[in-house]
Design a protein around this ligand. Sequence first.
Ligand code: TK8
Length: 341
Amino acid sequence: MKKTLVLVGVFLAAFSFFLFAGGSSEKPKAAAKPATVLKISNGINEAHPTYLACKEFEKIVESKLPGKYDVQVYANAQLGDDVRATEAVRMGTLEMVATSASPLTGLVPEFNVFDLPFIVTSEKAADAIYDGPIGAKLAALLEPKGIKLLSYYENGFRQLTNSVREVKSPADLKGLKIRTMQNPIHLAAWRALGANPTPMPFSEVFTAMQQKTIDGQENPIPTIYLSKFYEVQKYVTLTGHVYGPHILLINKKMFDSFPAEDQKIILEAAQASAKFQRETNRKMNRDFIAELKKAGMVVTELTPEQLKAFQEAVKPVYDEWIPKIGKDLVAEFQATVAAVK
Ligand code: TK8
């Protein structure tokens, strides 16, 4: 009986508190600070590992810092393609972007090192670059530009696709109009190979191939498959000519304004999402070759001799670009790759 009374009392007290405090129409005096919105721009669709990893980042940040951050991931270049979204992050009109590094080399020319054809030879070598001193050095170069690099995702080995003919040698490229990223080395390399390259933001590529304003493009297998390029392209050649990173960036001034403990959690979340991203991308990279064949594409593997013809043809690109990127950086990069083999 006594117990029941106590319970009723507690209940009434709670109820009246709710009526007079919670239920009052007046605003509470100390309103909770609204969550800081972190929008992340993505250039590819919701099925791509980079988008999935950004969602992973969202999940970790929001569960470890409840109510403090509201991470929102946008796909399909809704917030701008790589160049525009990165510029927005730099200006502080957008918080974050997951972008290819290649279109940003106007900002930090050293990032061009990734674009030297055939410089990265394996996924393991890529990890050694990303997670070692070179990855850190390149990240530091973005900071004076107002950008903080949170982690290295991967885009992966880029492969050539086209709708005209099977490509087994540079001679087969003659006259083919190939879309490239907005990057000078990519343009130079495809010119050296005999193709007719044209730069274009990723978001315009599918339509350009459909309307045949371009014959082909080059991107990693997961992107080719998930963007349904097989609907408008017949041939894929496993050139693996460039291994590109996707980098997760945030406006530096904003990041610096966060409390130290939040910064730590955000960085850890970025690292954890990168691990997930690379694993997912690598699995898709293996699995989707069969899917492309099923979808009707002709997949051409090059023999070592055939590949050599491509490597020889792009040598002049190295001669021209090593001085611009920095001899020491290129040498350190190559030594890191060689040490992994
Ligand atoms: C997506 C791009 C894409 C890249 C390209 O925003 O542009 O071809 O490979 O992944 O970053």
